[in-house]
Ligand binder design. Structure first.
Ligand code: FE
Length: 287
């Protein structure tokens, strides 16, 4: 075991376009990293300065077999699903959606953002579900900014979305042990975070830069950590924001295609069939 976790590698999050044309830094999947058990995808939307009429989103699409976690830093996103769920996420809000057995949803900028333009930045993380939970009924955990617990250290502020930091417990319940921590750090601030070595752990640098294990990780990069200690030590280089994401790996086969993540090809085929047959529902509202 090392004193603190060491860096396995740092990979860039290339700029891609998805949905209706949303600009995204996609940390993975990409040719460097296809998944990081149990994490399946990490998108950094923006940061963008949108002119009126420019805001784009993700119109109706299905999901089954995993969770999508949306966390907004700025802007407004509106969500609807085939079960009649509707809500608007604002800056600092998080929506932890367990797609489970399946639903159809849309994630689009709010009318306000489309009409008036403005800043948009946020994240979407996909978290796999263990086989036993894949077909659970869909569930939402929505927490507005004011209800996300904050931990503070010297020059460090931590939004504890899941897991815990400095004795502060997170805002959501998870199916497996998960830490979802958003750090805002002053230049030169140092933090030591407990992350039990059984958890797979990674750091995404949103802005600024991070010194970790003698290496430097610039913004729009993902640092994959080794499972060789129970703590991570890092220091901000300039004003810095990061996401520290850790979770117990599931170690089950992954059969994945587009919006469905199951364990076998047969289950994937079934997901497509259920979607086509309308068994995940449809969104029927006038917008
Ligand atoms: Fe989605």
């Amino acid at each position: 075991m090392a004193t603190h976790r060491t860096l396995n590698r740092a990979i860039p999050a290339p700029l891609v376009s998805d949905g209706d044309g949303v600009q995204i830094h996609r940390a993975f999947p990409n040719h460097d990293l296809s998944e990081f058990d149990p994490f399946l995808l990490l998108d950094h939307m923006g940061p963008m300065d949108l002119k009126p009429g420019e805001a784009k989103g993700f119109p109706d699409h299905p999901h089954r077999g995993f969770e999508t976690v949306t966390y907004l830093l700025s802007g407004e996103f509106e969500h609807r699903d085939s079960f009649g769920h509707h809500g608007v996420l604002k800056a600092g809000d998080v929506q932890w959606m367990t797609a489970g057995s399946g639903l159809v949803h849309s994630e689009v900028p709010s009318r306000n953002l489309v009409q008036n333009g403005g800043k948009l930045e946020g994240f979407q993380l996909w978290v796999n579900l263990p086989k036993r939970d894949k077909m659970k009924a869909p569930r939402y955990q929505e927490r507005d900014a004011a209800h996300i617990p904050t931990a503070t250290g010297e020059g460090v502020e931590i939004k504890v979305i899941a897991g815990d930091s400095l004795g502060v417990n997170g805002a959501v319940e998870t199916h497996i042990p998960i830490q979802y921590l958003h750090f805002k750090m002053a230049d030169g601030a140092k933090h030591i975070q407990e992350v039990p070595h059984s958890l797979n752990s990674m750091i995404y640098v949103i802005s600024g830069g991070l010194m970790l294990g003698g290496g430097f990780i610039p913004k729009y990069h993902l640092a994959v950590l080794n499972n060789d200690a129970d703590t991570v030590e890092f220091t901000a280089s300039g004003e810095t924001q990061i996401l520290l994401l850790s979770a117990e790996p599931i170690h089950e086969p992954v059969a994945r295609y587009g919006p469905f993540v199951m364990n076998t090809k047969e289950e994937l085929a079934q997901a497509f069939e259920d979607y086509r047959a309308g068994r995940m529902g449809t969104i029927s509202v006038s917008r």
